[in-house]
Design a protein around this ligand. Sequence first.
Ligand SMILES: Nc1nc2c(ncn2[C@@H]2O[C@H](COP(=O)(O)OP(=O)(O)OP(=O)(O)O)[C@@H](O)[C@H]2O)c(=O)[nH]1
Ligand SMILES: [Mg+2]
Length: 394
Amino acid sequence: MADKGKGEVSDFSRPQVESMFEQRLSEAFAALGMFNLLVVGKTGVGKSTLVNAMFGSDVAQTGIGEPVTKGLTHYVLPDSFLGLYDAEGFETGVAGDEILEGLRSLVSLNSTKPAEQHIHAVWYLVRWSDRRFEQAQMSFVNTLIELNLPVIIVLTQVPTKDGQIHPDAREFADFIDGLGLGVAGPAVITNALEDQFSSSPVYGLQALLNSTFAIVPLVAEKALTAAQIIDLGRKKKAVDAIIKQACTFAVGVGATPIPFADAALLIPNQITMIARITAAYGLPPSRSRAMSVAGSIVLTGGATMAGRYAVTGLLKFIPGGAIAGSAISATVAGTLTKAVGLAWSQVCELALGLDEKQRDQFWASGKVAEQFLVFFKQNPGTRTSLIRRVTKRA
Ligand SMILES: Nc1nc2c(ncn2[C@@H]2O[C@H](COP(=O)(O)OP(=O)(O)OP(=O)(O)O)[C@@H](O)[C@H]2O)c(=O)[nH]1
Ligand SMILES: [Mg+2]
């Protein structure tokens, strides 16, 4: 590694960066923690459909299921920042009582475990077109509340027209709100799937997500942000904070100006940053091998080279700009790190927009590095500010 004293540095080799990235990725995903959601409601109410709409994949299909009790299964995504308790095929009455029995022992077992493993939110789904809320449903909800679980009532499959909720559904929601169930806030009105026939659009998912964020403990927020797929803004906010933190660190490194050749000093910080960004977007880490390869190409052949090239290359155009007397300043280190972070976020957002198969292909292809460079060069902070700062130094 770097030996600043001699002004000489050997870059990290690509395999080194690769394994470092793979390790940082798994640390970053572990640091997300877990969001555990319990979804209940009668069979056919739309539990699976709603979960798919909010989290993007059929957790129950792709996850590893573990029966908690008859009718209640705990699914964990292979990537394990989303845990789902699904009461599949559930009917109120006897079956409901069994589920509650299972929940009771689960909650009491959980109380001995870290908060990360608790149930953080319950969605209790009611199909609006049933137009009634039975006694059995009411006592089910009451028991959940007795167990100290934060419950959101969700009306499902609600049609809307021009943003107007079906008046009967509105009335039904008001009726449920009036029951004084002790749930967390008013019932949330949703439609998780566009109805082709009535062209009733998807509705209320953002409101449901907001209500969910309002009740989850801090320990589950990062995981929920990463797991949900409907609110990119929340992910971006988390990513911005990660980039800022990495820039602050880079500026600190650059406070003692680094010889150009020592640009590699900035690499470990950049690896940590892009690993955290990847995790914050909730990109499945099961693809971490391909991601690590892509990330290492970006950092060894892409960003670092580009950063160095930009600095040394630009110096040529500065009258009297002597490479020997120059160094990467704190601002340049910060600018470079920020540009790397922003370009990698754009890569991640591109990946998020792909379906699972395309995404796998994308990570495994050389396209990532190519695309990264495009974003990197487009970044308004990169070239101009480097020119300005290098000029000033010279
Ligand atoms: N239009 C529309 N259809 C929905 C919605 N939710 C569910 N459906 C349809 O209703 C049917 C049942 O939905 P599921 O999501 O499988 O219901 P579930 O609650 O998971 O059912 P079980 O797993 O049997 O307990 C499916 O045909 C869905 O396509 C919705 O919000 N809008
Ligand atoms: Mg289901």
